[in-house]
Design a protein around this ligand. Sequence first.
Ligand code: FAD
Length: 448
Amino acid sequence: EKQQLAALISELSDLSLITDPGRLERFSRDFAWFSPILTEQLADKRADLVVRPNDETEIKRVIAACHRHRVPLTLRGSGTGNYGQCTPLEGGVVMDMSALNQVRWIEGGVARVQAGTRLVNIDKEARPKGWEMRLLPSTYRLATAGGFYCGGFGGVGSITYGSIGDPGNVLGVRALSLEAEPRELELRGREALDLYHAYGVNGIITEIEFALAPAYDWQEALLTFPDFMEAVRFCQTLGRASGVIKKLLTVLADPLPQMCGLEEQVPAGRTAVLCIVAKPSFDATRELCEQYGGAIALTQEHADVYGTAHSLIEHAWNHTTLHIFKRDKGITYLQSGFRPWENVEKVEQMYRHFGDEVMMHLEFLRADGALTCSGLQVVRYTDEQRLNAIIQFHRDHGVHIANPHVYTLEEGGKLEVDPRQLAMKRRLDPAGLLNPGKMRSWEEEAVA
Ligand code: FAD
């Protein structure tokens, strides 16, 4: 193995390479430290080499060299994933895609960008043309287009546009195969989705085409409610109000606002709702807020704070968890999905059952077109056994848990093999060198 690696390094010596152990360590990590279980499991996983190609020609050279020497290849955008998605379980090469950062074109509500483009930069170019990204993870300032598509789900915008994997949000991708002579494929529509949320195990994406949204002037508002369930019902009503144009609708049950850095704005004992709505929708939002017993703690123009730490986005989605982690090492989190026809009822059931052990952070969103909410509950961690019992209780009561404490695709997501993703891996990575160990169904097939 050492010889193969040495040969590969000498073939690629004119590219931008990292071999320094400290930097190799850094480029092998993402935010898996959110999970005490993953932290332990991934502690010794490290790349042998990091390559930062400047263009597709260099990418193809890296691919061909990995194929020739049978060295694993794992892709990296900005490394903001949560489950060791870009951590190379079997070492080898980590390919940093961040130099492929050009917006190719923006036209008629569509943006075509290189995979390493930071999402914030797509918005910067789209806005003057009257468009903006439909969906952004709360890490949008760092996260890349490729990393979002292959590792993410949704976030800001999901209340209107669902997830990045919903048909119509991404129109196509350009992908390369991992073979002696890498093939170039333009995958459109349904076929492009076979690479969605696949952790880069079944193809190397070099370009993505996003459908955009019309750009609005947005208003951010931080609301507070004396009662958690009234806050939830407010969100359910606002979420369903078709005339109110929305970008974000987050609930943080007491004491989460006190734990995540909102204690100056949110009095102790109150639940916070973070919302971003189009300016013309703000009056309707305020009226509804009053109807449900809420009060406005803060308003700000989104345009003034977008791209800074002052936006409410920085307290939504997994950023809530991040802020809490910085202050309190004794917690961990869950990712859950409530079914649309019973979301409010199940939220209440879980809230009453677990009390302060599982603190409710909800994100309202559209799933297959229906309004519902997902949870990023903050859990007071005791041990793995108790955490698993909490997960099981949710599952037993019809609440889906996408376990953030595992690194394989199947266990972390839908809990089942996606035959189309597997077929795409056979097609684009027949040697099984892309991010090995992450797709359990592939490993099992290889053993069989
Ligand atoms: P990386 O972490 O670098 O990569 C993610 C995966 O994609 C890896 O498996 C990698 O191998 C693969 N990959 C990267 N580039 C390519 C490519 N060109 N071709 C093929 N595969 C590739 N996620 C959300 O969806 N919504 C959120 O709101 C959200 N909030 C977050 C908040 C915090 C504080 C943190 C730490 C994470 C959050 N995440 C969220 C997770 C993560 O930030 C996003 O998914 C982000 O889009 C990942 O982008 P990245 O460039 O950092 O990807």
